[in-house]
Design a protein around this ligand. Structure first.
Ligand SMILES: [Zn+2]
Length: 421
């Protein structure tokens, strides 16, 4: 059997494995959540109403069902683009229009990105205006949805297109080590985005104001000086423009780093609870979680680009994925876009590792918060967050171990209460 046939078989087998795993995990989650929908777990019984608990179950199940449809459509689209000849068809049309030169390399990547984004768009619309709407979370108007979409497209063109052009240029001109130079460019670009995101990109979508509640200011100031964090780094964002979900997150790098609270969260929490959540986010900074995550990303992207450097020269890589490479022209764009499309199929089984890593960081940030603020206040804030977001308190353990970036509510709160002693 030729190498290309082996590669096709491996690709199809892994795609089916991925789809099977996604179905199995989603059905486990649906069954587990439904089975526990009629009783609030004992440790939450005095804080979460049965109505809220049932709403969380129903919301979780609805999201899982939508996820199943999305996964199925995603797999079908992948097969249509690769083995069923979609990319070949687009490439032929493009070659007739612009030939097989540098413009072709850029346009073939852009065309496939546009096709996948167009397939994704109805799901985004449905999620916002049907699913989120039904559970009372949507605050977006169709107008705002379209404005956001237009801004995202402009950002993708302004930031993504030049990066793509540089990488394709390196593939063509930089010789056997192109992938190393491309990695340097990509790493520099990522760092630049991290620095620019809080001050230039995020404000395109939301308003950010310093946290300036008078009763809070004193507590926050004390916490910041206790932990050695710049006092200009705490902001409130108008998340309520789009959704009533509440959250807090940290972002940026170096002097651009920020902790951001959604206005919806600030309204719901007491001053000591906000302090506890802030302490958790500061924990992520102090424990260098951003740096560690960056190092892992940089190391794995170097390995992946080296792999692409090798695959781009293998005829079976194209043929095995149903794509006919040009014999008398370069195939850089094809190699790049095929690699981006099929990579998730090959890395899906690694998802639990990333989740494990992330949950470890969450436990560490919780422990930091328990040391520098009140564990009991963080627990109270978390309970409100779970309730406001209709996040399930009773996830299936296997589903949670596979996907969840945050530990399950019961385990997380047990540990915090243990710390509170
Ligand atoms: Zn966290």
């Amino acid at each position: 059997m030729p190498m290309a046939t082996y590669f096709t078989l491996i690709f199809v087998a892994l795609l089916l494995l991925m789809l099977g795993l996604k179905y199995w995990l989603a059905l486990r989650q649906i069954r587990h959540v439904a089975a526990h929908a009629d009783a609030v777990p004992a440790q939450f019984a005095d804080r979460v109403s049965l109505d809220a608990h049932r709403k969380a179950a129903s919301y979780t199940i609805a999201k899982q069902r939508l996820g199943l449809i999305e996964a199925t459509v995603g797999a079908a689209l992948l097969i249509a683009l690769t083995l069923l000849g979609g990319i070949d068809l687009i490439a032929d049309r493009l070659a007739q229009l612009v030939g097989r030169g540098f413009a072709f390399q850029i346009l073939i990547v852009a065309a496939v990105v546009v096709v996948t984004a167009l397939v994704d768009l109805p799901f985004e619309w449905y999620r916002q205006f049907s699913l989120e709407q039904r559970y009372g979370f949507n605050r977006m108007t169709p107008r705002l949805f379209l404005i956001d979409l237009a801004k995202s497209v402009v950002l993708a063109v302004v930031l993504g297109l030049p990066l793509l052009a540089v990488v394709l240029w390196l593939m063509e001109k930089a010789g056997a080590w192109w992938w190393f130079y491309a990695w340097l460019v990509w790493a520099g670009f990522s760092l630049l985005i991290l620095v620019l995101y809080p001050t230039l990109i995020a404000p395109l979508f939301n308003k950010f104001e310093p946290l300036k509640d008078a009763t809070l200011a004193e507590r926050v100031q004390q916490l910041l000086s206790r932990t050695g964090f710049s006092s200009r780094g705490v902001f409130v964002m108008d998340g309520s423009r789009r959704s009533s979900h509440g959250n807090a997150y940290f972002t940026g790098l170096g002097r651009a780093k920020r902790v951001v609270f959604f206005d919806t969260l600030v309204q719901r929490l007491s001053a000591p609870q906000i302090e506890a959540v802030l302490a958790h986010e500061l924990g992520h900074f102090k424990l260098r979680h951003i740096t560690k995550r960056l190092l892992v990303t940089f190391a794995s992207s170097l390995a992946l680009l080296a792999l692409l450097g090798w695959l781009a020269n293998q005829a079976w890589f194209y043929a095995g994925l149903g794509v006919t490479p040009a014999l008398d022209a370069r195939n850089d764009g094809l190699a790049l876009v095929l690699f981006m499309l099929v990579l998730p199929v090959f890395t899906f089984v690694l998802a639990p590792l990333a989740s494990l890593f992330s949950r470890k960081h969450e436990f560490e940030a919780d422990a930091f918060a328990a040391r520098h603020a009140s564990a009991a206040d963080l627990v109270a804030a978390l309970v409100k967050l779970y309730e406001d977001n209709a996040a399930t308190l009773t996830p299936d353990p296997v589903h949670s171990a596979f996907y969840d970036s945050h530990p399950p509510a019961t385990i997380r709160i047990e540990r915090l209460l243990g710390a509170a002693g």
